[in-house]
Design a protein around this ligand. Structure first.
Ligand code: AMO
Length: 435
């Protein structure tokens, strides 16, 4: 007997008797014959119960079970030209593993639009939809592809602390925790540690780990916990080395998603296009101009904001570009660790935007101790608080640069999904701490 109870999509004609397990998605009772659609991770299979041919007790119990109950069914495989798989199963026995309560908190196959909040409150049920689950199959593949792409380029995967004494990305978005009576903070990014590692001789590192931001904004792109994919590399000549590394890695990852994720893309009825290279390098002033031509009134130094980014995205999409870098930011608009561009008001920092949304920031870092501490003082930072970081700059620090990419933002933009929460199993935002 073929036991097949994890993947009904592999059941084929000639298998004889098989055992399959899953959720009862739907039951159709047509009098003389009933059909039960059973769903597992990989698809659905039809159980066909001709009233005259199956045991009456089995017929009565299997065809009246509530939707989403979990069963294990054994039966004979028959060819069928009525089903997608080309087969159906005529059950001979079954076990009820767990009966689903009625009514369901939300439907799995119903075409009605369910509010995002209802979906997230019942995420276990929402994820039973193949197109919702596919996002997480693709996210898992993306993490694997990033790891492969980085290791192929001689980057070492590292893990840096997520609880620390100071933050790198500004005090406003720090989550404070009580650390045995002392104040501590959840990591907003691995910035300080990935830079410290550059002085250790591990000259190329990457990390994919949670980052926490106490960002009290309810938008479709901000959450308080996301996965940050960070890279940091030494011996760069300019930030152009960092940008072309990102292009290379993106190319491998997006090609891999298309090729190895085809099954999941199909489940979502999506295709991913590979961004044209080189990604255009726009300047911040180019973007301000585009945004203002599009109806905004931004001044030099202003943040482009959601609306500005959107307008730039539309202009770039008309030119056939999904991905583009934005460079030449005013130095005071970027963090203390970024290198200033001498003799200009700018700095060596970039953002990478995809279809009208920032998905990454990065740049060349200030690796010269005196210049770094002077810049920190200008930013009103107490260098004492950063002593553990600054020490790494006092005893030999190579020139270096890197980036941070929000992987959920990247994934939702590639898949044209409307909200970053679509790529997070259990999102955290100012009004959501559970489930
Ligand atoms: P930055 O603060 O721009 O840069 O963050 C990098 C990327 O992380 C993602 N991101 C977020 N995603 C979802 N919700 C949020 N609240 C959120 N905040 C940030 C975005 C963003 O582009 N240390 C630098 C990176 C570097 O220079 O290496 C940093 O953290 O995709």
């Amino acid at each position: 007997m073929a036991v097949n109870n994890r993947d009904s999509s592999t059941v084929k004609a000639g298998d004889g008797t098989v055992t399959v397990s899953g959720w009862i998605q739907e039951t159709r009772n047509l009098g003389g014959i009933s059909f039960v659609i059973l769903r597992d991770r990989h698809g659905t299979i039809q159980l066909t119960l001709p009233k005259k041919k199956v045991d009456p007790e089995l017929f009565a119990s299997l065809t009246t079970l509530s939707r989403e109950s979990v069963v294990t069914v054994t039966g004979e495989v028959k060819e069928s030209n009525q089903t997608d798989l080309g087969v159906e199963i005529i059950p001979s026995s079954f076990t009820l593993e767990s009966e689903a309560a009625v009514p369901l908190p939300m439907g799995v196959v119903d075409k009605v639009n369910v509010e995002m909040d209802t979906r997230l409150n019942n995420r276990f049920m929402d994820l039973r939809k193949p197109e919702v689950r596919a996002v997480f199959e693709l996210k898992s593949l993306m993490v694997r592809l990033i790891t492969e792409a980085m290791e192929d380029r001689d980057f070492v995967q590292v893990n840096t602390p997520k609880i620390g004494a100071s933050g790198a990305e500004g005090g406003a978005t720090l989550f404070k925790v009580d650390y045995f009576g002392k104040p501590a903070y959840l990591a907003q990014s691995p910035q300080l540690y990935k830079q410290i590692l550059m002085s250790s001789g591990l000259d190329r590192v990457f990390e994919m780990a949670p980052a926490f931001r106490a960002e009290n904004s309810n938008t479709n792109r901000h959450v308080t916990e996301f996965i940050s994919f960070d890279g940091e590399m030494s011996w760069i000549e300019s930030m152009e080395d960092v940008m072309s590394m990102i292009e290379d890695v993106m190319d491998s990852v997006i090609t891999g998603l298309k090729e190895r994720g085809a099954k999941w893309l199909k489940a979502m009825d999506k295709d991913i296009s590979i961004p044209k290279r080189p990604y255009p390098r726009l300047t911040y002033s180019d973007c301000l101009e585009m945004a203002n031509a599009g109806g905004l009134s931004l001044k030099d130094g202003d943040d482009l904001g959601i609306e500005g980014e959107k307008i730039v995205g539309e202009v770039m999409s008309q030119k056939g570009y999904d991905m583009y870098f934005i460079t030449e930011y005013p130095e005071e608009a970027k963090p203390f660790y970024i290198m200033e561009k001498d003799g200009t008001p700018y700095c060596y920092s970039f953002d990478l935007d995809c279809k009208g949304q920032e998905i990454s920031s990065g740049g060349q870092r200030e690796h010269r101790y005196d210049r770094l501490t002077a810049r920190m003082q200008r930013f009103d930072l107490d260098t004492e608080d950063f002593a553990f970081y600054l020490d790494a700059f006092r005893y030999g620090m190579p020139p270096h640069g890197g980036w941070g990419i929000g992987i959920e933002r990247l994934l939702v933009k590639l898949l044209d999904l409307p909200n970053v929460r679509e790529a997070i199993l259990f999102p955290r935002d100012p009004s959501r701490l559970s489930p």
